[in-house]
Ligand binder design. Structure first.
Ligand code: SF4
Length: 760
């Protein structure tokens, strides 16, 4: 594959036909999709991944109302005008036949059309009944990293401050909670300290458990641009599969599933042994921790690393010891900037937080942090998982902007800001995703409001929780723009929601970049923005005084007050500034402040005092130091055995996104790789007597599923890869719901399975 450069890409024409796009099976970014010239362009943000590409939507005014007719990348935003194949086809989701245009209520087992009045009366009545009979913790909210910040904020406030429960969680628990746990345990506060611009300066990219070329293609293009400008730059990939990303790597460590902690510790072993550690940086800026204690020493850490020789890591992981040494030398080399990037292969693990710690350790022990090109940078799956849910505090243990439910001072602050009597906020953290659905199963939670997400497809061990959602003893409300989904089909009430540019609000993506999505067109039929629906629910439950908002801009005004003075301070990010800017990075504590590319860095981050004696201050922790954690290799929850001898790994493909509710409604994308197939190594297929195209039954301890098998020598022998996008073939019936003890994020990436031939 020849290197495709940005310079060459800039000379590609804007793609204008769906046919051309359908043929784009490579990662190659595009400039847009302009089948018709619009009357005006509206500045907004891509609806899909956490890269948060800036886009313009072209709108045509017609007697029947404005219509989105074109899309192009925003050349002034970080994506420099480029979009991946999903973003370039985004406007087609608006007119999809599966758009839901009116409320539905389940009657006699069937979902039938209802009025808004009837639907909302029923929802409010069932919530009121559950709260009065069983208490506030008998109801719950399950939100999304795709909802707008203002929507998530209002849901959070309604449930915690109004109803009185911390049962507020969401789908970022399934993808980013381990990264949040990693940053919080190492730096005291969540969110990366670096920015996308670091990709232009790094000399070494360590990519762990991420197939960026397919899942974050626009950022991947930026890495390839860097490599073109600086051919000495190295790409190291740690991943069991030879993904499209790994295929470009200078060094691919194809480790055994679950054995990457050993590799990361061995890299640290080599760095320390070969004198590549920055001991002065560590003396000034780090402490050492083990378990939950942070009172260990540099000597303790060195002793801990002694066991992790490259040879031991090689035996654990199946990689070559000399490759592990090379990776460590490249990362640790003095005078070279090094950036680590990771996502679900690290986060969706029962050791997800520990893996995050070990990746961050490499930046800390080499002092490669807080400089252009040197940073530990987690990639995000959803467009507003960072801004709306992690920052906004819409996970069960959090309160807005770095505050914790378990911290009495934080609760008191929020009670004051929300005008509540002291003691009103419950001191008990709520139920996180898997626990929440288990509580639905046990009857502890009676009513669940799901907004903008599809847990009927995306939860691990899906059959178990689908039964709980469908149970006549539970009351499930789903607000969604599409129907049917694998969740709306289980609901008691489905509320039609506006989608993307049919409403206004803020998204916050991976690099602390907040951006305003402007409204461009009206929602179809009777669909309404989630914000309106939540405000009506709040009124019907008697909490209108807590929610005095007319629109999203009013909510944003309150959010600016709530974040002020915190480590997330973006109180200078007014609506007007967001409207004009092409993304703003927090901290941004005053209107005149330009935003912060690199957090914790004196002279860049306004929260570091200008007279601080050192160039770095990790102010997220009271001692101003980050923690280098000692974390041992631990086996995943399930391993291959005689009964289930293969390891299932799930993931993504370029053309689809999450549960494909949106990409599956775009004809050219639907036609490309939506069907889930079981990709297997040729040696395994030979052993099992399988041929390409055979139907196989894949079974785990939780369920079975019949799929077509496809030979793919890029996987490791002993493993099966299946993407999780296909709503007709739920791979999550097989995945495991065991979760990381700190982040409570499930181990989607590793489950033991067996494969049997059904038919040729
Ligand atoms: S890389 Fe992500 S944000 Fe950018 S266009 Fe593609 S899906 Fe959208």
């Amino acid at each position: 594959m020849s290197m495709l450069t940005r310079r060459k890409l800039l000379h590609l024409p804007v793609v204008t036909s769906a046919g051309v796009l359908a043929g784009q099976a490579e990662w190659m970014p595009l400039l847009g999709f302009v089948p018709q010239e619009p009357d005006r362009w509206v500045k907004t943000v891509c609806r899909y991944c956490g890269t948060g590409c800036g886009v313009y939507v072209g709108v045509r005014t017609a007697p029947a109302g404005a219509r989105a007719v074109a899309i192009k990348g925003d050349p002034q935003n970080h994506n420099r005008g480029f979009l991946c194949v999903k973003g370039a086809k985004l406007i087609e989701i608006l007119d999809a036949p599966s758009r839901l245009k009116h409320p539905l209520i389940r009657k006699d087992g069937r979902l039938v059309r209802a009025s808004w009045q009837e639907a909302m009366e029923l929802v409010a009545a069932r919530f009121r009944e559950a709260i009065s009979r069983h208490g506030p913790d008998s109801v719950a909210f399950y939100g999304s990293g795709q909802a707008l910040t203002e929507e998530t904020y209002v849901a959070n406030k309604l449930f915690r401050a109004g109803i009185g429960t911390n049962n507020v969680d969401g789908n970022p628990r399934l993808c980013m909670a381990s990264a949040a746990g990693g940053y919080t345990t190492a730096f005291g506060k969540d969110e990366p300290m670096g920015c996308y611009e670091d990709l232009d300066h790094a000399d070494v990219f360590l990519i762990v458990g991420s197939n960026m070329a397919e899942a974050h293609p626009v950022l991947w293009m930026r890495i390839l641009n860097r490599k073109e400008k600086n051919p000495a730059a190295k790409i190291i990939v740690i991943d069991p599969r030879r993904t499209r990303t790994a295929a470009w790597a200078d060094l691919h460590l194809a480790c055994r599933p679950g054995m990457d902690l050993s590799i990361l510790n061995a890299m640290a072993h080599v760095i320390v042994k070969e004198g590549l550690a920055d001991e002065e940086f560590l003396r000034k800026h780090a402490v050492f921790g083990q378990g939950t204690e942070t009172n260990r020493t540099w000597e303790d850490y060195r002793r801990f690393l002694e066991a992790y020789t490259p040879e031991r890591a090689a035996a654990d992981s199946g990689c070559r010891a000399e490759d592990i040494v090379t990776a460590a030398r490249w990362f640790g080399a003095r005078g070279r900037e090094a950036m680590s990037l990771w996502t679900m292969g690290v986060n969706q693990r029962t050791q997800g937080v520990w893996l995050n710690n070990l990746i961050m350790n490499l930046s800390l022990i080499t002092g490669k942090i807080g400089r252009p090109g040197s940073t530990p940078f987690s990639l995000t799956g959803q467009p507003n998982a960072c801004g709306g849910v992690r920052d906004g505090g819409a996970l069960a243990h959090l309160l807005p902007y770095g505050r914790l439910v378990a911290n009495p001072q934080h609760r008191a602050e929020m009670e004051k800001l929300w005008g509540l009597p002291p003691g009103r906020l419950s001191p008990n953290p709520g139920l996180s995703a898997v626990d929440l659905f288990q509580a639905l199963e046990s009857g502890e939670v009676k009513c669940l409001y799901v907004m903008c997400t599809n847990p009927g497809q995306s939860l691990p061990n899906a059959n178990r929780y689908r039964k709980a959602m469908a149970s006549p003893d539970t009351f499930l409300v789903v607000a969604d723009a599409f129907h049917p989904t694998r969740t709306t089909e289980l609901a008691d009430v489905v509320l039609p929601a506006a989608l993307w540019v049919e409403k206004e609000g803020v998204y916050g993506c991976s690099e602390r970049r907040y951006q305003l999505l402007e409204k461009a067109v009206d929602p179809p039929g009777e669909a309404r923005p989630d914000l309106e629906i939540l405000l009506e629910l709040g009124r019907r439950l008697g909490h209108e005084n807590l929610l005095p908002f007319r629109n999203a801009a009013d909510v944003w005004e309150e959010i600016l007050r709530v974040c002020r003075g915190t480590a997330y301070d973006f109180s200078g990010m007014t609506r007007e500034r967001l409207r004009e800017a092409h993304g703003l990075l927090w901290p941004l504590p005053a209107q005149g402040h330009p935003g912060t590319k690199r957090r914790y860095v004196r002279g860049e981050d306004p929260l570091v005092p200008p007279d601080h004696p050192e160039p770095i201050l990790f102010y997220g922790r009271p001692d101003g130091r980050a923690v280098v954690w000692m974390r041992d290799q631990k086996a995943p929850n399930e391993q291959a055995d005689t009964e289930y001898p293969l390891i299932l790994n799930t993931g993504r493909v370029l053309e689809h996104w999450h549960t494909a509710t949106m990409t599956g409604s775009v004809p050219s994308l639907k036609a490309t790789r939506l069907e889930a197939v079981a990709e297997m190594h040729p040696a395994d297929m030979k052993r099992l007597g399988l041929a390409d195209g055979d139907t196989v039954r894949i079974s785990s301890r939780r369920g079975s599923r019949e799929l077509t098998v496809k030979e793919n020598e890029n996987g490791r022998e002993g493993s099966v890869f299946i993407h999780f996008h296909d709503p007709g073939r739920l791979v999550n019936e097989l995945t495991i719901d065991a979760y990381d003890p700190v982040s409570r994020e499930p181990e989607f990436k590793i489950a033991a399975v067996k494969v049997e031939k059904v038919a040729r």
